[in-house]
Design a protein around this ligand. Structure first.
Ligand SMILES: *Cc1c(COP(=O)(O)O)cnc(C)c1O
Length: 362
């Protein structure tokens, strides 16, 4: 029996997953492909799991059009552990440049500081509207080991509309909350990383895409084995037991994305949803979002309303099946995360609720 979905989850992460994926996982949970056991109970070295791991990598490579001189790694520890892995592996005794765009960029900067030397360039201007401003001569002739930026600030709702220009210096991007939401030219990057729990699958899996030439194959004594990209490559993402169930689900999500038409189709779908939401905010006297149009996130839409109405908004939304609309504890307000898996119907229901709420209270 099919039932129209009536509950929509706007959580920033772990976020909602596509319903057909959840249904397939449920159907296969106890007995995967007539093996008599669950994926969760299976050796990661079994042919069955090896096929899943391979499939997930191949599908991700196809979806993102990852060139052949890049490795795809599955790691653990979330994007937060990459804040440490990146400087450990890529600083190589030099200095990095970090673009400070908000909450998550600052977290990455704080971890790099513990490992080595860096410059920080603030890129948010806050005069009339908030926007990202990248200086033209970003690297100023400095031979940085790499430049790090946060492609989408999940909490601030700020998303770059273009890739920073850094010449020959390896560009590293935290794409945790925007990976697979639209096409990106992977060849412009040295390394891309993303925690899975926003746009890929359940928590516990981290995707890393790294260009061959920046990979150090000899392991320096100072880098723990599991944090060393060369080891993870050499061990085919199985330097220890990988998060098998998360990888299986990610493979199902990648397959679902392929059926949807890939990242090109997702970009159109996501643009449409974001426009619906921002237009209700901009047309209202109750809700506000001060990010410049060109740097508004397509994935995370923060909005503010009267402090006194905020908790009523979140509570009444929940009563009609619109869940997790409270903003991050560090900034308050409200936030709707509308990743790939969020159907248009969810955003429609939210915009109707927002208009209805405004009419009742303003
Ligand atoms: C969620 C998020 C993180 C943190 O991810 P974890 O997997 O919890 O470590 C880092 N960066 C961005 C941009 C995020 O959205």
């Amino acid at each position: 029996m099919t039932s129209a979905k009536s509950t929509f989850n706007f959580c920033s992460g772990p976020a909602m997953l596509p319903e057909p994926v959840m249904q397939q996982a449920q159907a296969e949970l106890l007995n995967y492909q007539a093996k008599g056991i669950s994926i969760m109970e299976m050796s990661h070295r079994s042919d069955t799991f090896q096929a899943i791991l391979h499939s997930a990598k191949v599908r991700l490579r196809q979806l993102m059009n990852v060139p052949s001189n890049y490795y795809i790694l599955f790691m653990q520890g979330g994007a937060s552990l990459q804040f440490s892995c990146v400087p450990m592996n890529l600083l190589k005794g030099g200095k990095a440049l970090y673009l400070d765009s908000g909450y998550w960029a600052k977290k990455a900067i704080a971890e790099c500081k513990k490992i080595g030397d860096l410059d920080v360039q603030s890129v948010v201007t806050d005069s009339v509207v908030r926007q990202l401003h990248i200086p033209a001569d970003l690297c100023r002739g400095n031979p940085y080991s790499y430049v790090h930026y946060t492609a989408n600030e999940t909490i601030d709702g700020l998303e770059y509309d273009s890739i920073p220009e850094v010449g020959d210096i390896p560009l590293v991007a935290d794409m945790s909350s925007c990976i697979l939401s639209r096409p990106v030219d992977v060849s412009r990057f040295g390394l891309i990383y993303a925690g899975a729990q926003k746009n890929i699958g359940p928590a516990g899996l981290t995707v890393v895409i790294i260009r061959e030439d920046i990979l150090a194959r000899v392991m320096p004594d100072t880098i723990p084995r599991l944090l060393h990209y060369g080891t993870v490559v050499d061990e085919n993402s199985m330097a220890n037991t990988p998060p098998t169930f998360a990888i299986y689900l990610a493979d199902l999500v990648f397959e679902w994305l392929q059926h949807q038409g890939g990242v090109d189709a997702m970009a159109i779908h996501n643009q449409h949803k974001a426009e619906m939401l921002y237009s209700v905010i901009d047309d209202s006297r109750l809700y506000s979002n001060t990010v410049a149009t060109s740097h508004r996130s397509c994935m995370n839409v923060p909005f503010f309303l009267d402090d006194q109405l905020e908790s009523a908004f979140v509570r009444e939304a929940e009563q009609v099946g619109l869940l997790n609309l409270a903003g991050h504890r560090s900034v308050g307000g409200c936030r709707a995360s509308i990743y790939n898996a969020m159907p248009v119907e969810g955003v429609e229901k939210l915009t109707e609720f927002m208009k209805h709420f405004e009419n009742n209270y303003v």
